[in-house]
Structure formats: structure tokens, C-alpha cells
Design a protein around this ligand. Structure first.
Ligand code: HEM
Ligand code: HEM
Ligand SMILES: [Fe+2]
Length: 475
């Protein structure tokens, strides 16, 4: 697969990327199964129920994205610090331990599935907290492996050189790991449990993950467009300040109806409504830099995915999030397909896209291509179609879900006053059912897009001679 020699951090990054892609495929397959179960509720009933297909769908997503982020950081680490990764041996070991643990967790999800409501289940089968259902033993393993990763990053920058990106990244990783532990806080009070659980989910995706992708974006724009470091670092600081300024208290938008005090209505509504601002800043940043450089990039697929990230983040998180973030609206939309519509566009738009951009940056380097994207023998139809199908697929699902969510808010909530009767009336309404059908149609489009993406990643630039000046040929 490689035409050139990679540095140690990059070799480890490639391992993380490979597992990320495999888990991405798992995510999609289990998404298709969960989607089918909306249309045919008996499908796999008793073998693999909806609760399990859904768990695997969203846990695979969280884990593949974490793998993608860790891989991205290892990829840029030696270049950014000017120093070989410190403690790489441990980093490699942590990769294998983590991957073995993830495999065991998934097998237990699939074959054991559920257990009695006691500590044994919590420790060994499923912790029952959406997105981070992994049992307690795996939680501890994840924290240990992540500490090794953190040590690699912090020690390498400390021995090499610090940059603005390095500083933000290192501090952000501390926050990211610290927050994970909030999700391990056990209490029997469901309101309290949800209170802490949101510290992981919300403060990850709307604060620490956003900052992490801000760092990757800054680095990615330097790589693909040769934007000066001074410019990307300034933007990064602005975005981080705005993101933390709005995202931390924006947490309140999840404290609306879970038994927390009423003051969260105003705090959550106000601060979360400000969250789209840094996302607009990111769009301006990416589009302006691309314009100034007349879209002249040495890696067109990566640049295209970086731009898809800027817009996807803005629309998925910013616009789709804003739509239901005011308590007056959330009263009606809460927990309907509206949330799923936003969840799909936000996770894909903000995170899948930028990790895919990093895949292309890695592939360009691995194949020793000074210029990836222009003058490809097949005119780059594979990457262009993959880009198109994936984005059309996810946007299509998002719109289908939004229609179903709209119908639920209207019939179940507004007309029937959130009654049990209203719930079922909304579930069987043709607009709801048609939304679910269209979601499957666009789910299939998305799946075809992924197939094409993988094919392209495996082949792009492969047959061409090595042209990267810095690269040393390995065969
Ligand atoms: C990339 C960033 C984001 C991601 C990945 C994301 C993802 C999600 C997901 C998956 C959910 C459903 C959670 C559940 O299972 O209960 C959710 C809920 C929610 N999100 Fe976001 N989100 C992001 C940013 C935002 C922003 C910026 C806003 C507001 C401007 C927002 C507003 C909301 C609200 C109000 C809910 C609660 C929905 C409900 O009441 O059911 N999100 N988000
Ligand atoms: C083949 C394509 C896909 C299909 C058919 C699909 C289907 C589903 C289904 C049926 C659910 C459960 C919704 C519910 O509980 O009502 C779900 C949840 C979810 N999916 Fe997908 N999905 C697909 C692709 C994706 C992609 C590409 C992403 C993001 C990268 C994603 C992110 C999510 C998230 C975040 C949730 C939880 C949403 C929430 O709690 O509101 N899915 N998906
Ligand atoms: Fe949130």
C-alpha cells in the first residue's frame, strides 16, 4: 500500500485509520439494520433487537471517530513537533490493547446483549449510557490507553517544539479525557445520571471535539493550501474562545426536561444559541483561504472534504442545532426524529468529513504524490462520486428524518399533548412512515458512497511515480 517510508507516528496513524474505516463500515451496516427495523419491526426480532443494532451503530461511530482523531494526531505529531514520537513503543502497545478491548466489547454486545440489572452487567456487559455503553472494565482500559496516547503527544511536543496548534491540542486532550470520566460516575438517580452523562456527550461534541477538529483544520489548511501558520493560529484562537465561551454553558440545552432546575432553560437557551457563531467563523476561514489561493491545492480530495467539513459543521451543528435549541421549541421537538436528523448531519458534517480529509492527506503522503487530485488517470471520478454520494446520502437522510420529526412534533406533541395515544398516532401517520422509507433509500446511497470512498482510498495515486520531494522511496 505504501510507496514511501513513513515516520513512526505516521505508521501508527495508519493502523488507527485502518480500524477507523472498518468501524465506519460496521456503523453503516448496523445503521441499515436499525433503519430496517423501523420499517419492519419483526426484522431480526429476538436475534438482534433494535436496542442492540442501534447501540452498535452509534458506539461504532464514536469509536471510529476517536480512532480517526487519534490517528490524525499521530499523523501530524512528528512534523509539528520536529521530534520523533516519545514512547512510541507504548503507543503501539496501547493501539493493540485498545483494539482488542473494542473487539471484545462488540462481541459481547452482539452475543450476550443484555444481563440482569445489577453491577455484574454494568461491569461486564453494558453500562446503559447511550453512545458510551461500553462496560466499566472497558472504560478503565480506554482511560489507560488514552493516557498513553496523551503521554506520547505531550512528551513529544515537550522534547521537540511547541506551536500554537500544539498547545491548544495538548490542553484540549486533557479536557477530553477528563470529561470521559464524568460518564463513569454511577448513581441510581436518573436525573443525576443524565446530568453527568451530558458532560461527556455534549461537552465532547460541542466543546472538546470541536476544538480538536479546529486544530486538525488549522494544520490541514497549511498542508493543502499552504496558508501561513500565523493566519491559521490566529483563527484557531478565535474559534476556541468562541467555542468554549458558548459551548460550555450551552450544555444547558440538555437540562431542559430531565428534572434539573428551571434556570437551565434560560442559560441553555441563551448560550447554545450563540454556538453557531464559531462555526460561521470556520466557514469564513476555510472559504476565504481557498479563495485567496484560487483553490490551488496539492490535494484536491482533502481540500474538498475540509470544505465539506466547514459547511457540514455549520449546517449540521449550527443550523440544525439552533432550530431546536430554544426551550420554547424544544418543548415540542425534544426526543423526536428532529434530534436524529440533527444528530446525523452534525456527526457526519462536523467529524466524519474532516477525518476523511485526513485519510486523503495520509494517502497522498504514503503514495509519495506531490500533487494529488489533478491529472489523475481516471479524472478522479471515484473521489468525486464518493464525495457526492456520501453528502447527498446524509443530507437526504437528514431531510427525511426532519419531515418525520416535524410530523411527530405536530401530531404527538402539539395536537395530542404528549399523550400515549399521541405517540402512537404519530408513529403510524403516513408522513412519519414515508420519512422512514426515504431514510432507507438515502441510507443505501450513503452506503454506496462509502464503498466508493474505500475503493478510492486504496487506489488513488497508487500507480503514479513518486513525486514528493521529501519522500524517500521504500521499494
Ligand atoms: C458537532 C456538533 C454537534 C453534534 C455532533 C451534535 C449531536 C447531537 C446528537 C447526536 C443529539 C441527540 C442526543 C441524544 O441522543 O439524545 C443532539 C441533541 C441536541 N443538540 Fe446537538 N450536536 C452538535 C451541536 C449542536 C449545537 C451547536 C446546537 C445548538 C445550537 C445543538 C443543539 C442540540 C439540542 C437542543 C439537542 C437536544 C435535542 C432533543 O431535545 O431531543 N447541537 N445533538
Ligand atoms: C446507512 C446509513 C444510516 C442509516 C440507515 C442510519 C440509521 C439510524 C437509525 C435507525 C438510528 C436510530 C434512530 C432512533 O433511535 O430513532 C440512527 C441513529 C443515529 N445515527 Fe445513523 N444511520 C446511518 C448512517 C449514519 C451516519 C453516516 C452517521 C454519522 C456519521 C450516523 C449517526 C447517527 C447518530 C448520531 C444517531 C443517534 C441519533 C439520536 O440519538 O438522535 N448514522 N441511525
Ligand atoms: Fe448539546
Amino acid at each position: 500500500m505504501e510507496n514511501v517510508q513513513l515516520n513512526g507516528g505516521q505508521q501508527l496513524a495508519v493502523k488507527y485509520f485502518v480500524v477507523a474505516v472498518l468501524l465506519f463500515v460496521a456503523q453503516i451496516l448496523f445503521g441499515l439494520l436499525s433503519g430496517m427495523q423501523y420499517l419492519a419491526p419483526d426484522f431480526l426480532l429476538g436475534v438482534l433487537n433494535f436496542n442492540m443494532t442501534r447501540t452498535v451503530h452509534i458506539n461504532a461511530m464514536v469509536v471510529w471517530m476517536l480512532y480517526g482523531f487519534i490517528g490524525s494526531v499521530y499523523w501530524l505529531l512528528e512534523e509539528e513537533s520536529g521530534h520523533p514520537v516519545v514512547g512510541l513503543k507504548w503507543g503501539n502497545l496501547a493501539f493493540w490493547v485498545l483494539t482488542a478491548a473494542v473487539t471484545v466489547v462488540v462481541l459481547v454486545y452482539l452475543f450476550v446483549q443484555t444481563g440482569p440489572g445489577n453491577d455484574f452487567t454494568r461491569w461486564f456487559i453494558n453500562e446503559g449510557r447511550e453512545y458510551i455503553e461500553a462496560p466499566r472494565w472497558a472504560d478503565i482500559g480506554i482511560v489507560v490507553c488514552f493516557s498513553v496516547f496523551f503521554y506520547n503527544v505531550a512528551a513529544t511536543f515537550a522534547k521537540g517544539r511547541w506551536s500554537g496548534i500544539a498547545g491548544v491540542l495538548t490542553l484540549d486532550l486533557i479536557a477530553l479525557a477528563g470529561l470521559y470520566m464524568a460518564g463513569m460516575f454511577y448513581t441510581t438517580n436518573i436525573s443525576l445520571d443524565q446530568y453527568w452523562w451530558w458532560w461527556v456527550i455534549h461537552l465532547w461534541v460541542e466543546a472538546t471535539w470541536e476544538v480538536l477538529v479546529g486544530c486538525i483544520m488549522a494544520w490541514g489548511l497549511m498542508k493543502t493550501l499552504q496558508v501561513e501558520r500565523k493566519i491559521v493560529t490566529t483563527w484557531l484562537y478565535i474559534e476556541v474562545a468562541l467555542m468554549f465561551g458558548s459551548g460550555i454553558l450551552g450544555l444547558g440545552h440538555h437540562y431542559f426536561w430531565i428534572g434539573t432546575p428551571e434556570y437551565w432553560l434560560s442559560i441553555g437557551g441563551f448560550f447554545s444559541a450563540l454556538e453557531p457563531i464559531p462555526l460561521v467563523a470556520m466557514v469564513v476561514h476555510a472559504v476565504y483561504d481557498s479563495g485567496v489561493r484560487h483553490m490551488k491545492s496539492n490535494n484536491r480530495p482533502a481540500l474538498a472534504w475540509l470544505i465539506a467539513h466547514a459547511f457540514g459543521n455549520f449546517f449540521g451543528a449550527g443550523v440544525w442545532g439552533f432550530m431546536h435549541t430554544l426551550p420554547q421549541i424544544n418543548l415540542y421537538t425534544h426526543g423526536t426524529q428532529w434530534a436524529a436528523s440533527h444528530g446525523h448531519l452534525a456527526f457526519f458534517g462536523a467529524y466524519a468529513t474532516i477525518i476523511i480529509a485526513m485519510f486523503y492527506i495520509a494517502v497522498q503522503h504514503m503514495r509519495g504524490q506531490a500533487d494529488l487530485g489533478s491529472h489523475l488517470p481516471d479524472r478522479g471520478w471515484k473521489w468525486k462520486w464518493a464525495l457526492g454520494l456520501l453528502n447527498v446520502g446524509v443530507v437526504g437522510m437528514t431531510v427525511a428524518l426532519l419531515i418525520s420529526g416535524y410530523e411527530q412534533s405536530f401530531i404527538e406533541r402539539a395536537m395530542d399533548g404528549s399523550t400515549w395515544y399521541g405517540y402512537f398516532a404519530a408513529q403510524i401517520h403516513p408522513w412519519f412512515v414515508q420519512g422512514m422509507q426515504w431514510r432507507m433509500v438515502f441510507g443505501v446511497v450513503t452506503t454506496v458512497g462509502i464503498g466508493l470512498l474505500i475503493w478510492d482510498l486504496l487506489t488513488i495515486g497508487r500507480a503514479r511515480p513518486v513525486t514528493l520531494p521529501a519522500a524517500t522511496e521504500s521499494r
